[in-house]
Design a protein around this ligand. Structure first.
Ligand code: SAM
Length: 320
């Protein structure tokens, strides 16, 4: 697939559910209706099969919400991993129930996991996630490493006043275990956009804080990767850290992504609130691929050159 700006689209973020067992303060509003959308596993498989075999999608990341909450996750991963067309099948999780699932996910054919971890401090973790248990996520990361879901990537959203002083410590924790540690600027999207703007820690500051502890040498980025990665050495540690800077250094020109929400709707850009419904082509058993192609063509043609519009939906309903 090539969009109207000449970008190759071959990455898919597939949201399996918009439910989550955490409610991170930059992602979910404190009050309001609880989400409850869940993508039917048959439809999820049909969408990936259609996009991989007819449209060249090669990288699939299962996300949410919290994808580990999907009741048919393991059989779905098993089926998806047998699709010969995919180069990579990964999953993003908060890690709260990863200890129990890591070995089964690996056995089912998942390639690796990204685990979100914004702080190592139990109280701050509970505060930012509104009730999460950091020990469970740390144990989940160890379980993913033991199961071979590697390289495990740790995603850290840098937040002023929460973890800005702790970034190098989190990097050290991850590097000591052979994880890649990626630091993300917080994105002002969803109903909390105005609040999150105040917590932004920009890429330059993240880099400065990491450089105070590690020597960093830039590594050339691979295609489709918004992160700028660095070989890090210091404190008797070596490994890879990265910075993803959607706010201060947007990477729209290199964006190769489509998203599908837990309602079965295509989203062509994180900052665009248009949705393109795929469920109208689903009869409960098969996806009408010719019909779905027409919806896809519109979504891809509409993909904005750059994400500028405000996004009213929060990340967990978009498939972060
Ligand atoms: N529940 C899973 C998890 O926690 O990784 C997957 C879904 S979560 C929405 C995916 C990623 O989006 C997480 O790494 C989270 O930190 C990130 N995220 C959510 N809202 C964000 C925001 N406003 N800015 C930056 N990253 C955000």
């Amino acid at each position: 697939m090539i969009d109207g700006c000449g970008r190759i689209i071959d990455h898919l973020r597939l949201s399996l559910t918009d439910r989550c067992n955490l409610a991170c303060r930059y992602c979910a509003p404190e009050h309001g209706a609880l989400p409850r959308d869940r993508l039917d596993a048959q439809l999820a498989y049909a969408i990936v099969h259609w996009l991989a075999t007819r449209h060249g999608v090669r990288h699939v990341r299962l996300t949410g919400g919290e994808p580990l909450l999907h009741p048919h996750l393991i059989p779905l991963v098993e089926r998806l991993s047998r699709l010969g067309d995919l180069h990579e099948l990964t999953l993003t999780t908060n890690g709260q129930s990863l200890t129990q699932r890591a070995a089964a996910l690996r056995a089912a054919g998942l390639d690796r996991v990204n685990v979100s971890l914004d702080t190592l401090d139990p109280q701050r973790f509970a505060q930012v996630t509104r009730g999460g248990n950091v020990q469970r996520t740390l144990a989940g990361i160890e379980a993913a490493l033991a199961a071979g879901l590697t390289p495990v990537r740790i995603n850290v959203v840098a937040q002023r006043g929460l973890n800005d002083h702790e970034l190098a410590d989190i990097a050290a924790w991850g590097l000591a275990r052979g994880c890649t540690v990626r630091f993300l600027e917080v994105m002002p999207i969803g109903p909390l956009a105005h609040v999150m703007e105040q917590h932004l820690v920009g890429a330059a500051e993240i880099l400065a804080r990491l450089s105070a502890r590690f020597q960093l040498r830039p590594i050339s980025a691979s295609t489709g990767q918004p992160a700028v990665d660095y070989a890090a050495t210091g404190d008797d540690l070596r490994g890879v850290v990265g910075i993803i800077a959607p706010t201060t250094r947007p990477f729209c020109a290199q964006c190769r992504r489509l998203r599908v929400t837990a309602r079965g709707q295509l989203v062509s850009c994180l900052h665009d609130d248009r949705r393109y419904d795929l469920t109208r082509w689903w009869d409960g058993r098969t996806l009408d691929s010719t019909g779905a192609d027409t919806t896809l063509r519109t979504a891809v043609a509409d993909k904005p050159a750059a994400g500028v519009a405000a996004q009213p939906a929060c990340m967990r309903s978009l498939g972060g």
